[in-house]
Design a protein around this ligand. Structure first.
Ligand code: NOJ
Length: 557
């Protein structure tokens, strides 16, 4: 067993624009993060992951970067960043940055040069292609391939200046970098080394399983009724993905022990994840897979289907077994792209919210892998009551609305799907206290604060020993103090039970039983031999569970 430090660690994700605003402009900033470092230290997390704070036109809230080596004035400046890094380190927390290099902003000087002429030396830094053969450039259907972009519309944008198209898997303001070009890779590695030299402790890598494309770029399969072909097979886990990550490791991380790398990988399979995270292959430490957050989506990001607990267990069970010997899991319910888990897989009614949020935390944190806490999850923050399209800010959500209305849907119909699923649910401001704007800002927040901040907020949670906050604190502490939590093996129980999530963890003679009741009625799972076990987490004892109750039991022998 290799005892890598991050196997015992918990990571906390900060989405800076929604975390805390110190200068009153309604937008969270780095000074706001500095002001709240003690909250994070009290929670006990080991690592902070900062969503992008680099210079950016903010088309996709900073995931469109126009200068990788500077801070956007919205958030502060490099000196403020250095202060934040020092403040985190002083409190024993590491800090990792978001690395967004599948694409840059169209306002990045690299792209500005690239688009300026066909013979510019940086032309080949991005994916430029002529119109489809025999078609008039710029006319509908003349795009080089039939792929749709993740944020709606075609994945190609026509550039009149040079009469060619560039590829953007996300918004037109996020042109894809051409990783086939060694100069691009070297520029990215140099930038990464610059941040590591500054003292950061690693990177979360945005859609890093999309950087290698299958050549030549060809049409994707078109299903009946779909506006665009599925380009996924041409860019998800492309042929050079492993090679590029290995090269990055050699060029950036070799000789720098103690770093943490986590690759965001939509659509990654267990078999591929084993390779990506095999320590002997020197690619990344862990990946974010998506299967468990796609369990309530009918194959379409906007089609909500009821969660079946057995499906969720099947997914986690498969990932736990797959990465048991080689590789490592990351564990998350929430991030800035996902609706709030207590509203999604739990119960956010006043009666059950606290129990459900605690239970979900317990179940997740007791799996084998490195848990990630997204800001506000430690308070049991909920989805937001968005009333109209004007309440949404997210490019993906707003584009979806416009497209659905154009297809003939009514506003009420579209809003009904957006309310539970929009990424903006994760992006409402952090709820620090019960005052106006939840103590997030003294100005006008860039997105409305959830009105339930009068009940759900950090000040109230810190003062209440039974709060979700103190529960998360205990979960994090347990990972630090009980070796079985980090290193024990995993066995799923009751795979066919639609209400109770149950598994055991074992390390030598220590065994844990973890239980979670995913329902509002009491449950008594048929599991024997635990009546006298010690209760590590949760109220009550044995296996009898109240509504939404979670529990961790321990026995030795
Ligand atoms: C994944 C990020 O998490 C998401 O917020 C972003 O929109 C896309 N990648 C594009 O960078």
């Amino acid at each position: 067993m290799t005892d890598l430090w991050w196997k015992r660690a918990v990571v906390y994700q900060i989405y800076p624009r929604s975390f805390a605003d110190a200068d009153g402009d309604g937008m969270g900033d780095l000074r706001g993060v500095i002001d709240h470092l003690d909250h994070l230290a009290e929670l006990g997390v080991d690592v902070l992951w900062l969503s992008p704070i680099y210079k950016s036109p903010q088309d996709d809230n900073g995931y469109d970067i126009s200068d990788y080596q500077d801070i956007d004035p919205l958030f502060g400046e490099l000196a403020t960043f250095d202060e934040l890094l020092a403040g985190a380190h002083r409190r024993g927390m590491k800090l990792i940055m978001d690395l967004v290099v599948n694409h840059s902003s169209d306002e990045h000087p690299w792209f500005v040069e690239s688009r300026s002429s066909k013979d510019n030396p940086k032309r080949d830094w991005y994916w430029w292609r002529p119109a489809r053969e025999g078609m008039e450039p710029g006319t509908p259907g003349a795009e080089p391939t039939n792929w749709g972009s993740v944020f709606g519309g075609p994945a190609w944008n026509y550039d009149k200046e040079t009469g060619e198209y560039y590829l953007h898997l996300f918004s037109p303001k996020q042109p894809d970098l051409n990783w086939e070009n060694p100069e691009v890779r070297e520029a990215v590695y140099a930038m990464m080394r610059w941040w590591l030299d500054r003292g950061v402790d690693g990177f979360r890598m945005d859609v890093i399983n999309m950087i290698s494309k299958v050549l030549p770029l060809t049409d994707g399969r078109l299903t009946a009724g779909a506006a665009y072909g599925d380009g996924g097979p041409s860019y998800i886990n492309g042929p050079r993905n492993h090679e590029f990550l290995r090269e990055m490791h050699d060029q950036v991380f070799a000789g720098r022990p103690g770093m943490l790398t986590v690759g965001e990988m939509p659509g990654v399979t267990v078999d591929e994840a084993i390779k990506f995270t095999d320590q002997d292959r020197h690619e990344v430490d862990m990946v974010f897979q998506f299967d468990h957050v796609w369990a309530d989506r009918g194959g379409d990001p906007w089609k909500l289907i009821p969660l079946q607990l057995t499906v969720l267990k099947g997914i986690f069970g498969r990932w736990q077994a797959g990465l048991a010997e080689v590789g490592w899991n990351s564990l998350y319910w929430n991030n800035h792209d996902q609706p709030r888990v207590v509203s999604r897989y739990g119960d956010d009614s006043p009666e059950h919210r606290v129990a459900a949020a605690k239970m979900l935390g317990t179940v997740l944190h007791l799996h084998r892998g490195t848990p990630y806490v997204y800001q506000g999850e430690e308070l049991g923050m909920t989805n937001a009551p968005f009333a109209s399209i004007d309440d949404f800010r997210d490019i993906e959500s707003r584009n979806h609305y416009a497209e659905a209305i154009a297809r003939g849907a009514t506003p009420d119909e579209v809003l009904a799907t957006m309310r539970p699923m929009s990424r903006d649910n994760a992006r409402t401001p952090m709820q620090w206290d019960a005052t106006e704007h939840a103590g997030f800002t003294t100005g006008e927040p860039w997105i409305a604060v959830n009105p339930n901040h009068t009940e759900i907020n950090a000040r109230a949670a810190r003062a209440d020993p039974d709060s979700v906050f103190h529960h998360y604190r205990r979960l994090i502490e347990l990972r630090h103090t009980e070796p079985v939590v980090a290193h024990g093996d995993f066995t799923m129980l009751l795979g066919d039970d639609e209400r109770v999530y149950a598994f055991t963890r074992r390390l030598d003679d220590v065994e844990l039983l973890v239980l979670g009741n995913f329902s509002a009625s009491p449950a008594t799972p048929a599991i024997d031999g635990w009546d006298d076990a010690d209760v590590l987490i949760g109220e009550g004892a044995g296996v009898v569970l109240g509504p939404w109750e979670g529990r961790v039991l321990k026995r030795v022998g």
